[in-house]
Write a protein that binds this ligand. Structure first.
Ligand SMILES: C[S@@+](CC[C@H](N)C(=O)[O-])C[C@H]1O[C@@H](n2cnc3c(N)ncnc32)[C@H](O)[C@@H]1O
Length: 199
């Protein structure tokens, strides 16, 4: 499958409203992180593979300056509609995340990852880490929920904590990485929440 076919695959899913991954709410692990004393001060934030904007809109509501990226036009249209309906300020741009580096070099204080890493092909993961590193300012923080299921095939392609350490070090310091305490019931025990700081 080439890049165009891949984006068309996701766009078809949005057009057919076949989007079982869409929680229609922010991921609980992000909400509890932002409610905690560890919540970082707001800054420039990118949400990769933002879908219909559930997580992007949460960060925007908490004062972060948010840009959501997704290559499916249907996802971007829905995210913009929801931002308007909720009267929340956030930008949503139709982009392939693998093309972002020249446009946004070291632009962001934070990257938000939730079910994008598991949506790309496993062989694209090294490129994902490189893109994440190049979008973040030095010491910028990747705030991520990783789908650590062990079912074969995908998407969603599962990963393991060991793989995350292998992929992201040495470009990132793994500040914390643990089984997510807050998950929706059907993802309980299959998500890890991590804070990864760009070196
Ligand atoms: C499983 S969905 C998750 C969407 C959203 N994060 C959520 O939790 O609802 C994966 C998303 O990543 C997007 N995506 C996959 N590969 C992408 C790429 N290379 N560039 C931009 N978006 C991508 C898809 O269009 C889709 O919206």
């Amino acid at each position: 499958m080439n890049d165009t076919a891949r984006s068309q695959y996701w766009e078809n899913r949005y057009q057919e409203r076949d989007i079982p991954w869409d929680l229609n709410q922010p991921a609980p692990a992000f909400a509890s992180f932002l409610d905690s004393p560890q919540s970082p001060k707001p800054g420039e934030t990118a949400v990769l593979g933002c879908g219909t904007g559930n997580d992007a809109l949460l960060f925007a509501q908490r004062g972060f300056t948010v840009t959501g990226f997704d290559f499916a036009p249907g996802a971007i249209a829905s995210a913009r509609d929801r931002a308007r309906e909720m009267n929340v300020q956030a930008e949503f741009l139709q982009r392939d995340i693998f093309t972002l580096a020249p446009e946004f070099p070291e632009k962001f204080d934070y990257l938000v990852e939730h079910t994008c890493f598991c949506a790309i092909l496993p062989e694209q993961r090294d490129r994902y880490v490189e893109i994440a590193r190049s979008l973040l300012k030095p010491q910028g923080l990747l705030i991520g929920i990783f789908f650590t299921h062990s079912r074969p095939d995908g998407p969603p392609f599962g990963t393991t904590p060991e793989e995350i350490y292998t992929y992201f070090q040495p470009a990132f310091d793994i500040l914390s990485f643990a089984s997510a305490e807050a998950s929706i019931p059907r993802r309980k025990g299959e998500e890890h929440f991590g804070l990864l700081q760009r070196v």
